[in-house]
Design a protein around this ligand. Structure first.
Ligand SMILES: Cc1cc2nc3c(=O)[nH]c(=O)nc-3n(C[C@H](O)[C@H](O)[C@H](O)COP(=O)(O)OP(=O)(O)OC[C@H]3O[C@@H](n4cnc5c(N)ncnc54)[C@H](O)[C@@H]3O)c2cc1C
Length: 219
């Protein structure tokens, strides 16, 4: 698809796949000249409605993919959920600074819901040996669990309303941080909603002094 200006591109939808009852992946043709660093986001526009999404594919993949939580009364996600192959969207150039940096400390990735997106991009670009706390309501909502678990040195699913017994932390990612994570200095990468990020920062300040924090707030 073609480049429209320095900052925006037209891209056609090439496919869509539901991961759970309310989360889907949608892919677009990769516009010529489009490049990104894993962890970056794009602004996506349909009918003058613009929202931001993090790219989850490998940087050299032939298509661009995002993972979207369907908000039934939202403005853009219902349009994306109904989009058909060939439909055209407008994408901005990739932007953002939520990028993995190997700075010598153990990295702890903390994700809730679709906040796993930038970590998938890191993983698909070869990042390994991290600890990941992945938060969800129940097992079925642990998006991309197998891929994340395989890549992680340590993987902790944190379930706030589990439907079975199993090897997981029964509670939120923030209660695991507060009660269980060994008290060391880490590089924390946080991605999810504002409440989780606010609580996590308070806990990190209190229990993990000297740690570095990188964050991306989705809503
Ligand atoms: C930097 C950045 C990166 C983002 N990356 C992603 C991504 O990779 N995947 C993704 O799904 N979203 C991502 N978002 C959120 C996304 O931009 C939209 O806010 C979201 O898709 C809702 O859009 P909407 O127009 O359908 O809802 P809106 O009309 O904007 O909002 C309707 C209501 O839904 C709430 N809401 C917004 N987002 C969510 C959500 N994800 N889950 C539940 N409730 C929500 C809002 O608080 C509001 O009350 C990102 C946001 C930012 C700022």
């Amino acid at each position: 698809m073609r480049k429209m200006s320095r900052e925006s591109f037209q891209a056609g939808v090439v496919g869509q796949r539901w991961l759970t009852g309310h989360v889907f992946e949608i892919s677009f043709e990769r516009p010529r000249g489009f490049s990104f660093i894993p962890g970056q986001k794009v602004s996506l526009t349909i009918d003058d409605i613009t929202r931001q999404y993090t790219l989850i594919n490998q940087p050299d993949a032939s298509k661009l993919t995002i993972c979207v939580g369907h908000v039934p009364d939202g403005r853009l996600t219902p349009l994306l959920a109904r989009a058909r192959p060939g439909e055209i969207v407008i994408l901005s150039a990739a932007a953002g600074f939520f990028i993995y940096q190997s700075l010598g400390r153990k990295a702890v990735f903390v994700a809730t819901g679709t906040g796993i997106a930038p970590f998938l991009a890191f993983i698909r670009n070869g990042v390994r040996d991290f600890c990941c706390l992945q938060g969800a309501i129940n097992e079925r909502e642990l998006l991309y669990r197998d891929e994340v678990e395989q890549a992680a040195g340590e993987y902790i699913p944190c379930l706030s309303a589990p439907e079975s017994n199993g090897p997981f932390w029964n509670g939120r990612v923030t209660s695991y941080l507060e009660q269980r994570l060994a008290k060391e200095r880490y590089d924390f990468y946080l991605c999810g909603n504002v409440d989780m990020i606010r609580d996590a920062i308070r806990i990190i300040d209190q229990h993990f002094p000297g740690s570095r924090v990188f964050m991306e707030t989705f809503f």
